[in-house]
Design a protein around this ligand. Structure first.
Ligand code: DAH
Length: 344
């Protein structure tokens, strides 16, 4: 037994592990529940009474040695293995990781925001669940206007019109919130998601995205509207893109117009995208109706303004030619990864 202990003592003193696994193996071998020390203590029970005194001391010292060695190894394992350099090679190249791409609608939204920011517009947002006042009444929609109908609007609570709560059908509601809560001048763009009760197909969806624009100040005129939108189109689709305004009707603007641009796909020569007319409609606009200004507590004798609203999917289509609206919300990785990757 003495010879055995001498041999183990030499082994312990010489032991120099390369990593944490070897330290753990050491613990199991000497100090584990089925380890050498446990075994020696078992043997110790069988020795004669005279030997017990000498061996008891030897055995205890041996155990203390193993404990002390293990504690020392445990503390030093981090530094000692690193200094040996067995596990860690600092010259190895780092692990690469895949970066996703921006959703096309985010790309378009960011581009639109950038262009208008340079003109001094701020970005504003409003809730997607709206009341009748902000979505319809304050915007001068007559009580019986068909857009209030169940066909178009997802109502959450339908009472007698005035208390109705619905998913907003357009971002024009954010104009109202902005004007109610502030003082002119206002110069803002308002991107967001809107909802309409439409059957989902390649050309219609029950939710889509709009960007609203609003500019209210003293002496704002229709020519300000035209020049602002002309500039926007040159920035977004390139110099030389033509614009034309057609008279239209919206309850919240007077006069109202729709704006077409020369087809971005065929340059005006005629293609499927522009139905061979050379023109595509991209937005509705007009001078803010004085009733709307008054509904929001703004003096319509002193202030005038223009507003516009566009569908982001349409703007994206004219850049990326995405023919099926459903692609925007299906999150098919094969579709998404075709778009530009932006580092954060
Ligand atoms: N809200 C309109 C829609 O959803 C778009 C629109 C048209 C917004 C004219 C405007 C505007 O601000 O002046 O179809």
């Amino acid at each position: 037994m003495q010879a055995q202990i001498d041999q183990y003592t030499a082994e312990i003193n010489a032991f120099s592990p390369a990593n944490a696994d070897e330290v753990e193996a050491f613990r199991i071998k000497f100090l584990g529940t089925k380890g050498i020390i446990k075994d020696l203590f078992e043997q110790f029970k069988t020795v004669g009474p005279e030997e017990k005194r000498t061996f008891g001391k030897v055995l205890n010292e041996f155990k203390q040695l193993a404990d002390a060695k293990y504690n020392e190894l445990k503390e030093n394992i981090g530094t000692s293995t690193q200094s040996k350099g067995n596990d860690l090679d600092l010259t190895l190249p780092g692990d690469g990781f895949a970066v996703g791409s921006r959703h096309p609608l985010s790309l378009i939204r960011n581009e639109i925001i950038d262009i208008f920011k340079r003109l001094g517009f701020v970005v504003a947002e409003g809730p997607e669940i709206e009341d009748d006042w902000h979505n319809f009444s304050a915007l001068n929609f007559p009580d019986e206007h068909p857009a209030r109908d169940m066909q178009d609007t997802f109502f959450i609570k339908k009472n007698n019109g005035k208390d109705d709560i619905a998913l907003r059908t357009h971002t024009s509601s954010v104009q109202v919130r902005m004007m109610e809560h502030g003082k002119p001048p206002f110069r803002a763009i308002m991107p967001g998601r809107v909802y309409r009760n439409e059957a989902i197909s390649a050309r219609a969806h029950c939710f889509f995205h709009q960007v609203e624009g609003l500019y209210v100040d003293e002496n704002v005129s229709f020519s300000d509207l035209k020049q602002t939108l002309y500039h926007f189109v040159q920035e977004l689709y390139g110099e030389g893109t033509k614009v034309r305004f057609r008279p239209s009707y919206f309850p919240f603007t007077e006069p109202s117009a729709e704006m077409d641009i020369s087809c971005t796909i065929c340059g005006g020569a005629g293609c499927n995208m522009c139905k061979h007319t050379g023109w595509v409609e991209i937005l509705g606009c007009g001078m803010v109706d004085p009733n709307v200004l008054e509904n929001c507590g703004i003096d319509s004798k002193k202030y005038t303004g223009f507003a516009f609203g566009m569908g982001m999917e349409r703007i994206a289509n004219l850049k990326y030619v995405i023919r099926d609206l459903r692609l925007f919300s299906e999150n098919d990785i094969r579709f998404l990864k075709q778009f530009q990757t932006e580092m954060l």
